[in-house]
Design a protein around this ligand. Structure first.
Ligand code: HEC
Ligand code: HEC
Length: 330
């Protein structure tokens, strides 16, 4: 009888184990299989780890969705307990060269950035020291940190690992990059016209968005603050400088076709809406405060020109985020 029980338990354990492994294999969002062997892979595992939140339900990837250029698809993301934050979750791609992170630039390194969402009461809502304790108690993580960093989990190596993963998210396999390296057929004629408009003096996008990542890493005011309906002061919240009211970090535009909705408050659902806005900002926000002088006159783009600019923006999508519907190689 005892033998029979032992056998049944063994078999059940085997089946459970197998289905668990199978399940993990199938469901794993990770780009590697097996256990992480370097800080980038450990960082990737941590990026998808919901133990980094108070309720153990929210991970970085809950708001930074891989298929959407690591951005969120809603204007305001849900954190722990269904709480909403105050800004739109942007892409985590192409951050390596950024001197500022967040729309108001409150972090200056990718490592430093990591603590903000973890400790934000609306996002992951837990002290980072508490996360370190959790990881230390967790046998799997403790072993992995020791193998990779030769020390147990600490606040520093936790940040280093996640930042190392984020630095792998550089995206230059795009129709635009192929075009620039000589493949003239990589983008459509419409996209090429859009590129010239984007770079030129009629649409003036290049004043603020320039290569390689289509941002100058400056804080600029495109008119989305009026103190009445639009009340996020942006950079001024951090700098305390009145002249910064309504300025936001110019976002890079790589992968922008898959990161809707747009702007710090997610107010535009499509690239069309964004381009319409730039064409005549006053139609959307009649009384902006301190709007950049570059923006002060309507652009008077024709419908064809607007379409061309959109087609150009779509050529900035990396192959890994390209779907048939969204990709427009031709
Ligand atoms: C509940 C949703 C949520 C979670 C969870 C979350 N983020 Fe974010 N993330 C945001 C929002 C919203 C912003 C923009 C906030 C701002 O600019 O003030 C942001 C901004 C960022 C930025 C700045 C990007 C840029 O271009 O400036 C990075 C990097 C980032 N998050 C990485 C992470 C990492 C790493 C984690 C996990 C440790 C994480 N996020 C967890 C919502 C989230
Ligand atoms: C004066 C500087 C400036 C000019 C000119 C400018 N932009 Fe922007 N752009 C910004 C800033 C700043 C933001 C972020 C504003 C915010 O979030 O409130 C932004 C945001 C965007 C976004 C949204 C990105 C995202 O991830 O949410 C797109 C798309 C965009 N710009 C495209 C363009 C195009 C196309 C043009 C030309 C027609 C243009 N921009 C001209 C400064 C500028």
């Amino acid at each position: 009888m005892k033998k029979f029980y032992a056998l049944t338990i063994c078999c059940t354990a085997l089946v459970l184990c197998y289905s668990f492994i199978g399940f993990r294999k199938q469901k794993s969002p990770l780009s590697f299989t097996g256990k992480p062997v370097n800080k980038e892979q450990l960082g990737e595992m941590l990026f998808f780890e919901s133990k980094l939140s108070a309720t153990k339900k929210i991970s970085c990837a809950s708001c930074h969705i891989p298929a959407h250029g690591f951005a969120d698809t809603v204007a305001f993301s849900k954190g722990i307990h269904g709480y909403f934050g105050k800004r739109n979750a942007p892409s985590c791609t192409n951050l390596t060269d950024r001197p500022y992170l967040f729309y108001d630039g409150r972090a200056t390194t990718i490592e430093d950035q990591v603590r903000f969402p973890i400790e934000d009461p609306n996002e992951m809502g837990i002290a980072i020291a508490e996360v370190v304790k959790r990881l230390t108690k967790d046998k799997e993580y403790n072993t992995l940190f020791n193998e990779i960093f030769h020390e147990p989990p600490t606040e520093t190596n936790l940040k280093v690992a996640i930042a190392a993963f984020e630095r792998t998210l550089e995206t230059s396999h795009t129709p635009f990059d192929r075009y620039m390296s000589g493949d003239t057929l990589a983008i459509s004629a419409a996209a090429e016209r859009g590129r010239l408009l984007f770079m030129g003096t009629k649409a003036k996008c290049v004043e603020c968005h320039f290569t390689p990542d289509f941002t100058g890493d400056e804080f600029r005011n495109i008119g989305l603050y009026d103190g009445v309906k639009y009340k996020d002061e942006g950079r001024a919240v951090i700098s305390g400088n009145k002249a910064d009211i309504g300025k936001f970090k110019v976002p890079g535009l790589r992968n922008v076709a898959v990161t809707a909705p747009y702007m710090h408050n997610g107010m535009f659902k499509t690239l069309k809406d964004v381009i319409e806005y730039y064409d005549d900002p006053y139609k959307v926000v009649p009384h902006p405060v301190n709007m950049d002088t570059v923006m002060s006159k309507p652009l008077h783009l024709t419908p064809q020109e607007k379409e061309d600019i959109e087609q150009f923006l779509r050529t900035l999508t990396d192959d890994r985020f390209m779907t048939k519907k969204k990709g427009t190689n031709h």
